[in-house]
Write a protein that binds this ligand. Structure first.
Ligand code: DC
Length: 233
């Protein structure tokens, strides 16, 4: 396996996951979705009554559970480049995508003890080489990553993409609600005190508002060839 670490950061629903999975599959390296770890902690908190119906978080109780090692997260790579994520023995890959998790995850991801916990897990899982996507991978988790990409796209286009994804999964989402969720998450992600979403100084920006995945691969291929003598085409 190529021991390369590629950090992909950016706004929610910019297609970081799709892009990262495709890179992992083509280079034969591990893909790690850091957002899925925050979502799994959020699911745990919901399942254990640490989040009230109005969004209030009992952070002391959550912190205690983390401290006691009660949140057992593991991942399993799939041959198509994606990963499955487990909470204890349960495969929660589907459940962490549900709207209730999406509504609460940004607030959970602002808690410093949650960020420390997730960072530890990400280091443990990705140290030997990976493509990791998230918000603070190139700035905080792997500041020495071999390659850093910062992804952005128009909010309306991102909301449309998410609506399409949810429709394909059998849901009937409202565009307005999704757009609001995308904008709220942008705000929370960029304004939290600890490790906010921001572009690393040495990151390369990719605005994919009007690009297909294949066009993004061609773009990346130029960089990989020049810097690492690797190809994704
Ligand atoms: O990428 P996503 O939508 O699955 O991310 C879920 C949430 O987790 C999102 O609100 C931001 C947060 N997150 C974060 O704060 N830091 C990361 N490295 C990844 C995700």
């Amino acid at each position: 396996m190529t021991p390369i670490i590629i950090a992909i950061d950016g706004y929610s629903s910019t297609g970081k996951g799709t892009f990262a999975v495709e890179i992992a599959r083509r280079l034969g390296i591990l893909y790690l979705d850091s957002g899925a770890l925050y979502r799994t902690v959020t699911l745990y908190a919901l399942q254990n009554g640490h989040i009230e119906w109005n969004g209030e978080i009992h952070d002391r109780r959550l912190q205690e559970d983390i401290f006691l090692g009660k949140i057992d997260i593991s991942v399993m790579p799939k041959s198509d480049g994606t990963m499955r994520i487990f909470l204890g023995d349960e495969d929660v890959s589907g459940r962490v995508r549900e709207m209730e998790v999406a509504r609460n995850v940004s607030a959970i991801a602002t808690l410093p003890f949650v960020r420390n916990f997730v960072d530890e897990q990400l280091h443990r899982l990705g140290a030997k080489g990976c493509v990791m996507d998230g918000r603070d991978i190139g700035t905080a988790v792997f500041p020495n990553a071999d390659l850093k990409i910062f992804m952005t796209a128009d909010a309306q286009i991102r909301a449309q993409r998410r609506v399409k994804q949810m429709e394909e999964a059998g849901g009937r989402p409202s565009f307005e609600e999704i757009l609001k969720n995308v904008q709220e998450r942008d705000y929370i992600d960029s304004h939290r005190a600890m490790n906010p979403l921001r572009q690393a100084e040495d990151a390369i920006v990719l605005d994919n508002s009007h690009m297909t995945v294949e066009e993004q691969m061609v773009w990346l291929d130029g960089i990989l060839r020049e810097r690492f003598n690797l190809s994704v085409l």
